[in-house]
Write a protein that binds this ligand. Structure first.
Ligand SMILES: [Zn+2]
Length: 200
């Protein structure tokens, strides 16, 4: 291995979320000292790449489409929890706070980053609720400015007045991201969700 290929690997790792150059160097060094892990990692990555797909209903990742959650007959069909990312869905599922459906936006509205409603899975959410079966939309975007703007946008543009639109409220400190909350806080946030006022 040339030092250039080593640097390329470190550079690749440093592009992963939460890994800066220093953590990337440590991760690569860890793998080089435990080379037995490398083929396992490669196999696992290839398997995940080959077998996972996005759910055509909720945009979750799974090995089947529709995903396991959308197919599960035991889950409530009349509640949709709207989250920014799949990692938020994972956090909520681990907390056991919710037993309904999900809808993954794939991000948040951001004027600075040029992300408008068309860049997110918002239209597909509105299409989903046209069947009249959905009674509640729970907006579980992060408690950040963008998360709140996105939640308000969805609430304001949901033109079915019979649907209750709620937002995770208490227990979500301002600026907090859903996936870092502990499960008790997340569970409390679900139980204490409140109706979101809309401009319509
Ligand atoms: Zn799904």
């Amino acid at each position: 291995m040339t030092s250039s290929s080593l640097n390329d690997l470190i550079d690749l790792f440093s592009k992963l979320p939460s890994l800066g150059p220093r953590s990337a160097r440590r991760a690569v060094l860890y793998l080089l000292k435990r080379k037995i892990l490398i083929p396992k990692l490669v196999n696992s990555l290839e398997e995940v790449q080959a077998n996972t797909k996005f759910c055509s209903i909720c945009a979750n990742l799974d090995i089947i489409d529709p995903c396991t959650i959308c197919r599960n007959e035991k889950r409530k069909k009349d509640k949709i929890c709207v989250v920014e990312d799949i990692s938020d869905l994972w956090a909520i599922e681990k907390s056991n706070a919710f037993n309904g459906q999900y809808h993954i936006l794939g991000g948040v509205l951001s004027a600075i980053d040029g992300i408008g409603p068309e860049e997110l899975n918002i239209i597909s959410l509105f299409d989903r609720i046209k069947n009249g079966l959905v009674k509640e939309i729970i907006l579980a975007t992060n408690a950040t400015v963008e998360g709140q703007i996105t939640a308000q946008y969805i609430a304001d543009h949901c033109d079915d007045s019979k649907i209750l639109i709620t937002r995770l409220a208490q227990g979500m400190p301002m600026g907090s991201e859903l996936e870092i909350l502990d499960y008790n806080t997340l569970s409390t946030a679900f139980k204490s969700r409140s109706k979101l006022d809309t401009s319509l």
